[in-house]
Design a protein around this ligand. Structure first.
Ligand SMILES: [Zn+2]
Length: 206
């Protein structure tokens, strides 16, 4: 089962607010650029009905994280106004509370579910790579169940299952089998999460 990109599955409580300005967006912006140049984040009339794909987030504290706004994949450079601050995410009720100039990515609940796995996770990067996704088994990637759509409580449960089963002990990247080309990397640092994805991309296109 695959599904359309960019469709918000969760209930969003959103407040217009000033962007978070006292924050260093350097890591997020650098990886936005690298992923975009690699073709695994962006916007392309030939892919996903022309909708933006890929989104990056950074934990601010236990309950808050910054995430790229919905449909910002086409931008070469993001400004603070292109990020939303997620202040609460209730996975069991499928509800996200956020604020900013722009609404959060449609995959904010997926990011929230990854952060909930471990307080040491500082960054979550979601990209769309047909190369990695098609070779996910060959590459030995953990994967969420193909029948589970992204951005749902079931997806969060799937990630908890992988975590419990120790699937992330050998790596910090997994494939979303029910979300075409969907790959998620996470780590304490941006470079750790980003380089893990890039290494898989190189292996899958070698
Ligand atoms: Zn996606």
């Amino acid at each position: 089962m695959t599904e359309q990109e960019g469709v918000v599955k969760y209930e969003l409580l959103f407040d217009q607010a000033e962007p978070v300005s006292d924050h260093d967006y350097g890591d997020l912006n650098r990886w936005h650029g690298r992923f975009k140049r690699a073709g695994i984040l962006g916007q392309d009339p030939q892919r996903y009905d022309g909708l933006g794909f890929g989104n990056l987030s950074q934990r601010i504290n236990n309950s808050n994280f910054l995430i790229s706004g919905t449909q910002t994949g086409y931008l070469d450079m993001l400004s603070p106004a292109d990020y939303a601050l997620v202040t609460n995410a209730d996975i069991s009720t499928n509800r996200v509370t956020a604020e900013g100039r722009v609404r959060p990515s449609s995959e904010a609940l997926t990011h929230a579910a990854v952060y909930a796995l471990d307080v040491g996770i500082g960054y979550v990067f979601h990209v769309h790579s047909p190369d990695i996704w098609k070779q996910r088994q060959h590459l030995g990637l953990p994967q969420t169940d193909a029948g589970v759509p992204y951005g749902t409580p079931e997806m969060a449960n799937e990630m908890c299952r992988l975590y419990r089963e120790g699937a992330f002990q050998r790596g910090n990247v997994f494939a979303m089998a029910g979300h075409e080309d969907g790959i998620v990397g996470f780590a304490a640092s941006a470079d750790e999460a980003g380089e893990a994805i890039m290494a898989l991309l190189h292996r899958s296109t070698a």
